[in-house]
Design a binder for this molecule. Structure first.
Ligand SMILES: NC(=O)c1ccc[n+]([C@@H]2O[C@H](COP(=O)([O-])OP(=O)(O)OC[C@H]3O[C@@H](n4cnc5c(N)ncnc54)[C@H](OP(=O)(O)O)[C@@H]3O)[C@@H](O)[C@H]2O)c1
Length: 321
């Protein structure tokens, strides 16, 4: 059977790596685009058998190279995204200008579909630059190419994420964990394997003009997430609701770190619930059911943060029911 050609931007990230494995298992041929093959090649190469995966290096969004890649593909998927800006207007460049270019090229070369990853809960967050740039990207894509599918996930988590793993590291070190907005913000975390199944189903389906919110099976507040993470790594910490002026002050300092733990822009975003809006369809409406529960999944990798690491006491093994 002839292999189907998928062009993947942002392939080395959490979703990208997992998606490559799923696609290769299902006989797709993937061209994975990355900014630096020397830095990410070793991760990417192990995700698929030889013949299923081609790695391409792309620096500074070079248009002629992008054109060549899009032209020879049937489906283009954009997973490029950032959580904070390292230079001025980087959100706009990454979340709006780049997907605008890709959707124009997808239209020009008559692709089967263009799949773009945006984010959930950004409509209300008008004061966040991240949200504004993601929303602007969505609008431009819709204008440029009718056969676009915009996926809007809540927090996507796994051992490869930058969310649960960062918080587990932080909770291991800090005696006190600040709670922003009293920890009341709601999330619908989705495990990366459920997210990848949605993307895979979209690729296989006839859908080619859709905005889809992607959510997990549970609604969990920020405070509940922290409590579940603490339980999972076997630690007890003081959870301290932080008044907004103090929260803003901490964000001002934390955003100066080389890999910021919290920025002022993220603090603004944290004010808004990250749940289905009802404005768009969600994965459940299409029958793509998220199966993985937050607590069950984090327990599979939290031993990395426990005393004893992989040899840490596992209560279910030590105390079988
Ligand atoms: N993870 C979540 O919780 C979540 C939630 C909502 C939405 N999303 C969206 O889903 C998409 C994929 O998420 P993910 O978790 O897989 O992201 P990720 O792990 O952060 O990976 C994103 C990829 O984007 C590329 N990238 C990063 N900075 C870049 C820059 N300055 N210029 C060009 N490329 C850059 C990188 O690819 P290379 O290094 O290979 O070039 C990176 O692997 C993103 O658009 C993200 O905004 C994610």
């Amino acid at each position: 059977m002839k292999q189907k050609e998928i062009l993947l931007f942002g392939a080395s990230g959490q979703i990208g790596r997992n998606l490559i494995r799923k696609l290769a298992e299902n006989n797709y041929k993937i061209t994975a685009v990355t900014r630096n093959i020397h830095r990410t090649g070793y991760i990417l190469k192990t995700q698929a058998n030889p013949g299923y995966l081609e790695l391409v290096e792309l620096k500074n969004f070079e248009i002629s190279k992008i054109e060549k890649l899009v032209k020879r593909s049937s489906i283009c998927i954009n997973l490029v995204g950032i959580l904070y800006e390292k230079k001025k207007d980087e959100f706009k460049m990454i979340h709006s200008d780049f997907p605008t270019l890709l959707s124009k090229k997808a239209s020009e070369f008559k692709l089967e579909k263009f799949i773009h990853l945006s984010a959930l809960g950004i409509e209300e967050a008008k004061d966040s630059r991240y949200a504004k740039s993601k929303l602007e990207g969505e609008n431009k894509i819709k204008q440029n190419f009718g056969k676009s599918i915009i996926l809007k996930p809540s927090i996507v988590y796994s051992v490869d994420d930058k969310f649960t793993t960062s918080f587990m590291s932080l909770l291991s070190m800090l005696p006190i964990m600040p709670l922003y907005y009293n920890g009341r913000t709601k999330f619908t975390p989705i495990h990366v394997s459920d997210m990848v199944n949605i993307i895979f189903n979209i690729i296989e389906s006839k859908e080619n003009n859709l905005i889809l919110e992607c959510i997990g099976p549970e609604v969990i507040t920020f405070k509940e997430i922290i409590i579940k993470l603490l339980k999972s790594i076997d630690k007890k910490r003081i959870l301290l609701p932080l008044p907004l002026p103090f929260a803003k002050l901490t964000a001002k300092f934390l955003q100066l770190l080389p890999r910021p733990l919290l920025t002022e822009d993220q603090l603004k975003l944290l004010k808004y619930d990250n749940c289905k809006s009802g404005k768009y369809k969600n994965n459940y409406d299409l029958g793509y059911i998220s199966k993985k529960k937050f607590e069950d999944e984090i327990n599979k990798y939290s031993y990395n943060w426990k005393k004893g690491g992989q040899f840490a006491n596992n209560s279910t093994i030590d105390n079988p029911k």
